[in-house]
Design a protein around this ligand. Sequence first.
Ligand code: KIV
Ligand code: NA
Length: 269
Amino acid sequence: RKSAPLPDDIRAMKGGPPIVSLTAYTTPMAQMMDAHCDFVLVGDSVGMVLHGLPSTLGVTMEMMILHGKAVARGLSRAMMVLDMPFGSYEESPQQAFANAARLMAETGAGAIKLEGGRHMAETIAFLVARGVPVMAHIGLTPQSINTLGGYRVQGRGDAAEALMGDARAVSEAGAFSVVLEKVPAALADQITAEIPIPTIGIGASVNCDGQILVVDDMLGLFTAFKPKFVKRYASLGTDGEAAIASYAQEVRARAFPGPEHTFADKAPT
Ligand code: KIV
Ligand code: NA
């Protein structure tokens, strides 16, 4: 694909080749994934991954705008989706629209993502009717950690029907896709089969219409904890610390900088 896909292009990938996505928070990371991902999510996970916050609850509009602008500078091909931070959309559809419009206008994002199922359906419909494409996010919704009571698998047993209802509700409200986080694989498969919009799995099922991971998790850069659903494709955290230890040792041994890293009085002719 040459030009950036639109939300409708992502929607049209339902049932086709899997949709590939990752989170990104900075320009260089966005550049690394631009050629490989269909869309890139500026997730509110940025608060935990880059800013050391204990949860996503402290993430602000200003943080999302700053990182959204940085990611936009690194993308020429992939679509950018921006998370709405906690407290910026839950109060009313009007509040959600004002903040979504600001996020899109200031960052150039083509779509926003918000957390919640049935109880957010009215807001999703309100946004979509006013030009804001919405990606929904159901199952484990980290902004509700204090009422969910932990980062547990959602939709097990009797809770499956309610989660299926959430999936139907966000789809009927006009979301162009939905993230399924930490739900049983069989339920993710049922949802994927039943709703007409793409499901993007994280800790869900290989049969979802697409997959997403936090890039720092899959690169082994964020090592504070590793959920079961993360696969590490690199160990940049341990590689990076080993490189820093070598640098420290060479500086202390006066082995760095070498002659090739320093300058003569006169430039060579
Ligand atoms: O903030 C985030 O990184 C996310 C994805 C993991 C879906 O919401
Ligand atoms: Na998020």
